[in-house]
Design a protein around this ligand. Structure first.
Ligand SMILES: Cc1ncc(COP(=O)(O)O)c(C=O)c1O
Length: 459
């Protein structure tokens, strides 16, 4: 089209009201929640950018498919539609449905990881890391050196550090490494994409050493779109062709269908090796369900089957990636530090650069996330030392490498005016950044503490 404005390639078919709690109500809500945004009721939030996971709007075709869901315990017709869609997109013959991505991770790692195992990844997401550690393994992050400077734009900041991977193999030998993972796009690393060239290099290293390579494929379609836009030689290929090239370079994947499955729930494991798949299926039966439903209803399988096809539509992906960049441009244009370039599903504000007065052990990103809520009811999430800080033997804590607030954009859910409002709120908080104080944890759980920890603001 000859116009610059990229429009939403859909009409809104059904709407859901948003509550507009005032400042006093927000103060009371955050206090009750122990200054943890996960503790808020969604009706206390105006614009919810906590996650892009399972929060998107489904299409009329997905809803229509759901009405035709087959709820048979075994051999459901909906499973075969789901399997056909997954195999069409990924090329994997073995398809194991799970209730969400972390169930796929738990089953895969329980099958492959032992105490003492090491699993490298460009950057493990919280559930991936926790599931590896839960098996007694060690999850190590090998982000590309290009990812180290948030303000420097690089087309493929999600890449795996190939030299780092080689060094880990040389140090430990392949026997302690049951698998290597690559997360596309790299969520904890700023929603940044991985290039086909980088995936091919990782695949070559893994093949040479006989170690399987798995893709954390939650945002495979967004990653494919970035490859089309940015990788030489890929411009004339469709997102579906590029996605297939990504999957062709790996031995299997874990998937949360709550992201690029365009569904509200669901996930799967895909792989080529039938023996590994048989082991995973027996664990699946133990904890998730029979292999043709894996913890999902037949109608969920229908929604995912349709979503996997819709997500690779070029008009959708152009709109999706542009809507994230639109928010990033507004925030960056006002001089607020963010990870550059914009990620696929989210904008990541660099809280340590915006709030240099708050030391890392006082959780600057948590403090910023709380202020965004208090200012305008915008809920983001801390991706910093609350999520990834490592307790040390002496009682201190090793901070995370970065202190970020992620504003994740649900798919097909908010309009441009909602995003304009979010930008206004971010700018208002940034204008009073110097006065913002840190936080202290007063209660925390052993695993994934960020979901339930309670905080106290420091005076
Ligand atoms: C990169 C990545 N891997 C895994 C997961 C886990 O998926 P789920 O929330 O469906 O368990 C997520 C979810 O946010 C993610 O972003």
């Amino acid at each position: 089209m000859p116009y610059r404005t990229i429009i939403e390639p859909f009409r809104i078919h059904s709407v859901q009201a948003i509550n507009l709690p005032d400042s006093e109500a927000r103060q009371a809500a955050i206090r009750r929640a122990g200054y943890n945004l996960f503790g808020l009721h969604s009706d206390e939030v105006i614009i919810d950018l906590l996650t892009d996971s399972g929060t998107g709007a489904m299409s009329s075709r997905q809803w229509a498919g759901m009405l035709d869901g087959d709820e048979a315990y075994a051999g459901s017709r909906s499973y075969y539609r789901f399997q056909e869609a997954v195999t069409e997109v990924t090329g994997f013959a073995e398809v194991i449905p799970t209730h969400q991505g972390r169930a796929a991770e738990r089953i895969l790692f329980e099958t492959m990881v032992q105490p003492g195992s090491v699993v490298p990844n460009n950057t493990h997401f919280d559930t991936t890391r926790a599931n590896i550690e839960h098996q007694g393994g060690e999850a190590i992050d090998l982000p590309s050196p290009d990812a180290k400077s948030p303000a420097v734009a690089h087309p493929f900041k999600g890449n795996l550090d190939i030299a780092g991977l080689e060094a880990v193999f040389t140090k430990l030998g392949p026997d302690r490494i049951p698998l290597v993972m690559v997360t596309a796009t790299n969520n904890a690393g700023g929603g940044q994409p991985v290039s086909l060239e980088n995936l091919a290099a990782a695949s070559a290293v893994c093949k040479r050493l006989g170690v399987p390579l798995f893709l954390d494929a939650c945002r495979f379609a967004e990653n494919a779109w970035f490859i089309k836009q940015r990788e030489p030689g890929q411009q004339d290929r469709t997102p579906a062709e590029i996605a297939r090239s990504m999957f062709d370079l790996v031995d299997g994947c874990t998937m949360s269908a709550k992201k690029d499955g365009l569904a509200n729930i669901g996930g799967f494991l895909g792989m080529r090796d039938p023996e590994l798949a048989a082991e995973c299926r027996s664990l699946l039966i133990l904890t998730e369900g029979f292999p043709t439903y894996g913890g999902l209803a037949g109608y969920d399988l229908e929604a995912i089957a349709q979503g996997l096809r819709e997500v690779l539509d070029e008009d959708y992906l152009r709109y999706r990636i542009r809507s994230t960049a639109y928010l990033a441009d507004k925030v960056d244009g006002a001089g607020i530090p963010i990870i550059k370039p914009a990620g696929g599903h989210a904008v990541y504000i660099d809280a340590s650069a915006l709030l240099p007065q708050i030391p890392r052990n006082q959780y600057p990103a948590q403090a910023l996330a709380v202020e965004l809520y208090l200012e305008g009811g915008v809920r983001g999430v801390e991706i910093g030392s609350v999520m990834f800080g490592k307790p040390q033997a002496d009682g201190s804590e090793l901070p995370a490498p970065t202190e970020l607030v992620r504003l994740a954009i649900p798919r097909r859910t908010y309009t441009q005016s909602h995003i304009d409002y979010v930008a206004e709120v971010v700018l208002a908080v940034a204008a009073r950044a110097k006065a913002i104080k840190g936080m202290r944890i007063i209660e925390q759980a052993r695993w994934l503490r960020h979901f339930t920890a309670r905080f106290e603001p420091l005076a």
